[in-house]
Design a protein around this ligand. Structure first.
Ligand SMILES: [Zn+2]
Length: 104
């Protein structure tokens, strides 16, 4: 009879950076989220590179998270900013390009 254990295989779990989605509030791997940044002039826009300077927040790439983030003002709270009509419009347009729901 052999008793083998699966421990010590050298497979350590990697540390994955996690962020909270500002839409649904769930914690998800950062790379599965879109960063939204508040620029130097107070404009709020999606940050495709994830590296734009300014205060950022993270959100799932689906429309329902964007809608709740926008409607419930969680996005504004998180970025400590009041969305201008132009920023709000731009974000709504962007949200419209996203899939309705993801299983992330
Ligand atoms: Zn979400």
């Amino acid at each position: 009879m052999t008793a083998r254990t699966a421990t010590d295989t050298g497979l350590r779990p990697k540390h994955v950076p996690q962020r909270t989605c500002v839409g649904c509030g769930s914690v998800t791997a950062k790379r599965a989220l879109i960063r939204i940044v508040r620029g130097p002039e107070g404009e709020v826009r999606p940050d495709a590179t994830g590296k734009a300077p300014g205060r950022g927040t993270y959100i799932h790439a689906n429309r329902s998270c964007w809608e709740s983030g926008l409607k419930k003002k969680r996005l504004e709270h998180s970025l400590k900013v009041t969305l201008t009509p132009a920023s709000r419009e731009a974000l709504s347009v962007y949200a419209g390009t996203l899939p309705e729901e993801t299983d992330a």
